[in-house]
Design a protein around this ligand. Structure first.
Ligand code: BG6
Length: 478
């Protein structure tokens, strides 16, 4: 490329506490939902036969089950070395999450766990030492299990207080260190996957849509309160919302299919519309009316939501899909899966690679909201093989990132305000959808395997030096 990305562009990578830290019961940490979740046990053939088979066990039973997040890649004890490698690549920013149950082991206590707070002090200090900006997700699916069991998660309005108590503690503690915050990870999968994406329990026989619409209201109120609190405690901080945005195309030009596709997109817009525009959209009110759903609200809720909107829209982008009227869809951590697009290549995990789709979604969201956009996840999961020379030659990953970065550059030239690109994930770690280690994303290989074995040793893949050069040249080397 003969041009470069903007000077302020935040280059870096993204992690989530539950997928990298391990140390699930160390230094006072309580069990989170993910600590009760097993690895892949079901089949996984292609996208139309998906059954990830990660199970939630009520009791942690390590004798009979494997829980990949318990040890993960042990970032808890390796963070200094890992951050050193990120710094070597020239990262300007690193996204990770704070594991809620490290700070509040049960979630409804008044006092936080000092040891948990100290851990993030150390991580943030280490990042700042190298000039790396921490970008923090307050809740990346990591709700303390006690809140799930006792209150059913976000179905209970009391969760707003627990979340705000948690936010107050971390805002005060890290006010000098963290300036970029995000309320929740990928909340737009709430209706389809209430427990995992939204940390909402729906009991058998209940109207799931009713419960999730109600829970979404509590989540919106809590986000608005968190935004207000963040500005009060850290006036120079920015609070964003975060969604999973895969582009969805109509699979035909029949207007019925086009409109069904548009309505499927409204499933996602519902969340960003409330977070960013600060009010419930007409199409969601219409759906609730049609389904006989009335959201319980308290006085002042709507004003809070209106007055405390998100300042940037962060999102993950991995793939695109197509849709038509009457066809079914499936959502997982990569976004929506519908009808296969014959023009695109597909990964071994059924994710269709579509760099132009990223330019599309950037333009779409910029046109809709006119607030800065932040790509906080994009990457390729692949079963890497170590070559005879002892190195992983991941040219397929290099190509994936290169094509996506070129389209981001196009979007910037289209006039879109893009804050940065945080690659998911700079180091191999536990896959969210499958719990596998073998679905590797990293520039850094970790010797850890799906049966729990491994030395945890880190080594650089070919993409490591490549990404370093991209950052070093601000994209000119692409
Ligand atoms: C994102 C999630 O949607 O997708 C991450 O926020 C997740 O937690 C990432 O890891 C990639 O998905 P997966 O299932 O391949 O790990």
């Amino acid at each position: 490329m003969n041009k470069t990305f903007p000077e302020t562009f935040l280059w870096g990578g993204a992690l989530a506490a539950n997928q990298c830290e391990g140390a699930w019961d160390v230094d006072g940490k309580g069990p989170s939902l993910l600590d009760h979740t097993t690895g892949l046990t079901g089949k996984y053939k292609d996208l139309h036969e998906m059954n990830h088979g990660r199970r939630l066990t009520e009791v942690i039973d390590t004798a009979n089950n494997y829980y990949p997040c318990h040890d993960a890649i042990d970032f808890y004890h390796h963070y200094k070395d890992d951050i050193k490698l990120f710094a070597e690549m020239g990262f300007k920013a690193l996204r990770t999450s704070i594991n809620w149950s490290r700070i509040f082991p049960k979630g409804d206590e008044d006092k936080p766990n000092e040891k948990g707070l100290e851990f993030y002090d150390n991580v943030f200090d280490e990042l700042l030492k190298y000039g790396i900006e921490p970008v923090i997700t307050i809740s990346h699916f990591e709700m303390p299990m006690h809140l799930i069991k006792k209150y059913g998660g976000w179905r209970d309005r009391k969760l707003i207080d627990f979340y705000i108590n948690y936010c107050g503690v971390i805002f005060h503690r890290y006010k000098e260190k963290v300036k970029y915050w995000m309320t929740y990870n990928e909340l737009n999968h709430l209706h389809d996957n209430p427990l995992h994406a939204g940390n909402v329990v729906v009991y058998e026989g209940e109207n799931s849509l009713e419960i999730t619409y109600q829970a979404s209201h509590y989540l919106f109120v809590a986000a608005a309160k968190a935004t207000a609190l963040c500005h009060e405690i850290i006036p120079d901080a920015k609070m964003g919302c975060m969604l999973s945005l895969s582009t969805i195309y109509s699979s035909t030009c029949d207007p019925k299919d086009e409109f069904a596709t548009f309505q499927l997109k409204q499933d996602h817009y519902y969340f960003s519309d409330v977070f960013i525009r600060g009010k419930y959209p007409g199409y969601s009110k219409r759906e609730m009316e049609k389904e006989g759903i009335t959201i319980k609200m308290e006085d002042g809720d709507l004003e809070l939501i209106k007055e405390n909107t998100a300042e940037f829209l962060a999102f993950s982008y991995y793939r695109s899909t197509t849709h038509k009227a009457g066809s079914t869809t499936f959502k997982d951590s990569g976004g929506v899966l519908g009808i296969k697009n014959p023009y695109l290549d597909t990964t071994a995990w059924g994710w269709q690679i579509d760099p132009i789709g990223l330019r599309y979604v950037l333009n779409e969201m910029w046109d809709r909201y006119q607030i800065p956009l932040f790509i906080v996840e994009n990457g390729l999961g692949f079963e890497d093989k170590i070559s005879e020379d002892g190195v992983i030659h991941d040219d397929y990953r290099i190509d994936y990132i290169k094509q996506h970065l070129l389209e981001i550059y196009n979007a910037i030239e289209d006039g879109v305000d893009v804050m940065g690109y945080l690659y998911w994930a700079p180091i191999d770690m536990i896959s969210n959808s499958t719990g596998q280690m073998k679905k590797r994303y990293g520039f850094i290989y970790v010797d850890k395997h799906d049966d729990g074995t491994g030395t945890y040793e880190r080594s650089k893949k070919e993409s490591f030096e490549w990404y370093k050069e991209v950052i070093h040249t601000a994209g000119k080397s692409l």
